[in-house]
Design a protein around this ligand. Structure first.
Ligand code: BG6
Length: 488
């Protein structure tokens, strides 16, 4: 917590910076396939890709192995007072050493894909310059193991573990040099892995780490910059995304695919009337103006620039071209509805309703339970920007996950939540919204950033003393969903 705001609330506040008059672009929307056929009443499209997700710093451990350099999260987690339970990720879920066992856990569930992230400081301990082949070797082994077991690897290039040296040298994302270094790193990885990894995501959740890391929130590197500098940081992150897309196109194999993985600010019509649905769509475009919108449209919206005023980022038209380099898909992390909106007869075209204090949430207080977020988020993306494909790159929940006698974990709260969210996703795919896959967060209990080891999101419970993995009941639930390719 900082200034009384959680990191999620800060991300929401940042989204407010986009509020203002504007008209959404009128592009083609999802093709409605008419009445759902009997076979798709609870089913997902043929070939739908069911997967799970993790991130390097949260699961790997082995922070000093094979020449890995320190990241801003190593420094931060070892700073007294930053992590709620005083833990760190030096060992985390020991995925670095147990990846073979973990791939078997995925296989046992019938998962078809694995979204993991690559630790930049393993590959370039110095942020740029001389690569560390031993660091990349881990990902060669992991990718080979996935493929040998019929699991398609999806690699995210940045999930917040910035090499500390870039923070020290350039002020991290405050500098364009970090964006350039990211492009170099992305090209290098694509060159070496794209013979076996077809799908890459550039940056995980700009909307979270920019505000929570540089804008006074509780995450690494723990800075509280003025708004103009935060806006510039966000611009550099968008630029880094674009430079990475270009580098992957230039140095990856033909056919390599790439897109962002963003925690889209989700705007939901409070009551599902056509007018409110349109208002929620306009709100989505504005609330995501600083990242997804500029990536997918190649410009900052008028309302974003008007609101930012003197705090607007400095940029060139060339920057905008790079940022909006065409992507193959849009990845969105969807946990929660950020705003419920109604239509408004004013310049904004939408009004945001206040959230009641009694709104239900999971064991993570920021995580308000609103399953329809998983319908509206991809539907808005499809209507606003008409991407070729959409992936749900994260969805899931923390839960108490206490084992009962005998060691079983009956995480019924997770199952109920997943079922209700997936029902909404099924509604979207049955209407023709082009969602191609879903990555459940997370395969394993892991290091949950400032919550430490305290919040459990895994399908498998991890005993952090012994590193023993125990399937929770939700493994059986997810296995059933995957096997049926339908709700269970
Ligand atoms: C997403 C992140 O924001 O949500 C994950 O991409 C994270 O890395 C997950 O673990 C849960 O968030 P939190 O704030 O509860 O740790």
């Amino acid at each position: 917590m900082f200034k009384g705001f959680s990191r999620r609330q800060l991300a929401k506040l940042a989204a407010w910076s986009a509020l203002g008059a504007s008209t959404a672009s009128a592009k083609a929307g999802p093709t409605r396939s008419g009445e759902p056929k009997a076979s798709v009443v609870s089913g997902f499209p043929k070939g739908f890709l069911w997967g799970t997700a993790t991130s390097a710093y949260q699961v790997e451990g082995a922070v000093r192995a094979d020449g890995r350099g320190p990241s801003i999260w190593d420094t931060f987690a070892h700073t007294p007072g930053k992590i709620v339970d005083r833990s760190n990720a030096d060992r985390a879920s020991d995925h670095y050493h147990r990846y073979k066992e973990d791939v078997q856990l995925m296989k046992a569930m019938g998962a078809k894909a694995y979204r993991f992230s690559i630790a930049w400081p393993r590959v370039f301990p110095d942020g740029a310059g001389e690569p560390n082949p031993k660091g990349l070797d881990f990902y060669h082994r992991l990718v080979d193991e996935c493929l040998a077991n019929g699991i398609e690897p999806f690699a995210t290039l940045y999930h917040w573990d910035l090499p500390q040296v870039l923070q020290d040298r350039f002020g991290g994302w405050e500098s364009r040099d970090t964006a350039k270094a990211f492009g170099e790193y992305a090209g290098y990885v694509a060159e070496r892995l794209s013979d076996r990894v077809t799908n890459f995501f550039t940056i995980n959740e700009c909307g979270r780490f920019v505000e929570a890391g540089y804008g006074g929130g509780p995450d690494a590197p723990g800075l509280n910059l003025a708004q103009n500098r935060v806006n510039q940081v966000r611009h550099h992150v968008a630029l880094a995304h674009g430079l990475a897309v270009q580098a992957i196109r230039a140095r990856g194999r033909t056919g390599t695919k790439v897109g962002p993985a963003e925690n889209i600010v989700v705007c939901v019509p409070a009551i599902e009337t056509p007018a409110n649905a349109r208002a929620a769509e306009i709100a989505t475009r504005e609330m995501n103006a600083g990242y997804l919108t500029v990536i997918l449209e190649g410009k900052y919206t008028d309302a974003f620039l008007a609101y930012a005023g003197a705090n607007a980022p400095t940029y060139t038209t060339d920057d905008l071209k790079i940022i909006s380099s065409p992507v193959d898909y849009v990845g969105i992390n969807v946990y929660t509805p950020h705003y419920y909106v109604t239509a408004a007869d004013d310049a904004h075209g939408f009004a945001v309703l206040p959230m009641p204090a009694s709104f239900p949430h999971t064991s993570s207080p920021w995580h308000k339970i609103g399953p329809e977020a998983l319908y509206w988020a991809p539907r808005h993306v499809a209507k606003l920007w008409n991407p070729k494909a959409i992936y749900i790159t994260e969805n899931g929940t923390s839960a108490a996950d206490e084992p009962v006698a005998g060691g079983n974990v009956y995480d019924l709260d997770r199952i109920v939540l997943l079922r209700s969210y997936l029902t909404q996703l099924q509604r979207a795919t049955s209407e023709g919204v082009p969602v191609r896959g879903y990555f459940l967060w997370s395969l394993l209990d892991n290091f949950e950033w400032t919550d430490g080891l305290d919040k459990r999101y895994g399908l498998y419970r991890v005993d952090f003393e012994t590193q023993r993995r125990t399937p929770k009941l939700s493994v059986s639930f997810y296995r059933e969903v995957i096997a049926r390719n339908a709700l269970a």
